[in-house]
Design a protein around this ligand. Structure first.
Ligand SMILES: NC(=O)c1ccc[n+]([C@@H]2O[C@H](COP(=O)([O-])OP(=O)(O)OC[C@H]3O[C@@H](n4cnc5c(N)ncnc54)[C@H](OP(=O)(O)O)[C@@H]3O)[C@@H](O)[C@H]2O)c1
Length: 302
């Protein structure tokens, strides 16, 4: 082999190792558009409750760093945090800076306090911890003092300090209140629990969100991990591959993201293997309505 061919071969191997895998992973991944703007987002994100509250433990911090690295390399963008999640905002800001991936992320956090000035102070603090001057999405956590904070968020959005505003809850008992706010029309994102174990949002809320042009973030996609305990000893059914699911996590996530109103699902993990598994739900076929019904029947029979 002459030296030029040898060089091209080496370069090809290097390019294959460095450039191509990232490109091919990014190709064909499931994206959803944010209804109010048309901006595209990968349909699987990353939750940080508990799992990124690790500022005091260098081993766990290393796990979180590797998880975020794998997440971004695999095409993930949305990371969801809150001042309620201990050191998770600070850890997200630190790791995104260390990894040099801040510009690749779509960062969502929340305001979780009462009173206008307390809310403003908390949001300023969140930006500082996340090491950002402006934020992609600020949400009112669990609807705490929602009217007060939404007024501030409208001002912040007009001033360019946040790009989107939203509201969240984690429990079906609050879906009616979320729906009322969504119907007012200027809520960019609603974040809500929705899974095979907690499907109540599809009764009314998801339809109301679609009608109002509100993007939907799904939290608790595994019912905080309880769904894995339910299927622990069970093999995936053979027909799961029709839904493009190669693991139980993908089975659960594909069922969620196949719901047309859903914009992004945010499973929580600090395990790099799990985040790669979850991003697997961005590839391959999605279940149609009949297959989703079969998936639900199967899960409910376990
Ligand atoms: N009110 C609100 O605004 C609100 C409320 C609840 C949640 N949230 C947001 O939603 C996110 C997700 O909800 P969540 O964390 O409560 O529950 P979840 O995502 O339903 O479940 C998290 C659990 O699933 C496990 N897991 C993740 N991926 C896995 C995989 N591929 N295979 C096996 N196990 C896996 C994790 O364990 P490992 O760590 O071992 O992977 C963790 O124990 C939160 O992190 C938070 O950002 C918001």
């Amino acid at each position: 082999m002459d030296s030029r061919r040898a060089f091209l071969k080496t370069a090809g191997v290097l390019l294959g190792a460095i450039v191509m895998p990232a490109q091919s992973r990014a190709e064909g991944l499931l994206e959803r558009r944010i209804p109010k703007t048309g901006e595209a987002l990968p349909a699987v994100g990353l939750g940080t409750w508990q799992v990124f509250d690790v500022a005091g433990d260098s081993r766990e911090l290393g796990q979180a760093k590797e998880t975020l690295r794998v997440f971004v390399e695999g095409g993930g963008r949305m990371v969801d945090s809150s001042p309620m999640y201990g050191s998770s905002e600070q850890v997200t800001g630190q790791l995104a800076t260390d990894l040099g991936v801040r510009s690749k992320l779509f960062v969502a956090t929340k305001v979780w306090t009462s009173g206008k000035q307390a809310g403003i102070r908390q949001m300023e603090e969140s930006l500082r911890k996340l090491r950002l001057n402006s934020l992609d999405l600020m949400q009112v956590h669990n609807l705490v003092d929602a009217q007060t904070h939404l007024a501030t968020l409208r001002d912040w959005k007009a001033a360019g300090r946040i790009r989107y505003l939203g509201i969240t809850h984690y429990h079906a008992g609050a879906h009616g209140d979320l729906e009322q706010l969504v119907k007012k029309g200027d809520i960019d994102f609603v974040q809500v629990n929705y899974s095979l174990a907690e499907p109540e949002a599809e009764r009314r809320l998801l339809g109301a969100a679609a009608e109002a042009g509100t993007a939907v973030i799904v939290n608790r996609p595994f019912a905080e991990g309880a769904m894995f305990r339910r299927v622990r000893d069970r093999a995936l059914p053979e027909w799961a591959k029709e839904a493009g699911a190669a693991s139980w996590a993908q089975f659960f996530l594909k069922w969620i993201v196949a719901q047309p109103a859903v914009t992004c699902v945010i499973p929580g993990t600090r395990n790099p293997r799990h985040v790669a598994d979850n991003l697997g739900a961005l590839a391959g076929p999605l279940p149609d309505a009949a297959l989703r019904r079969r998936m639900a029947e199967h899960f409910n029979s376990l």
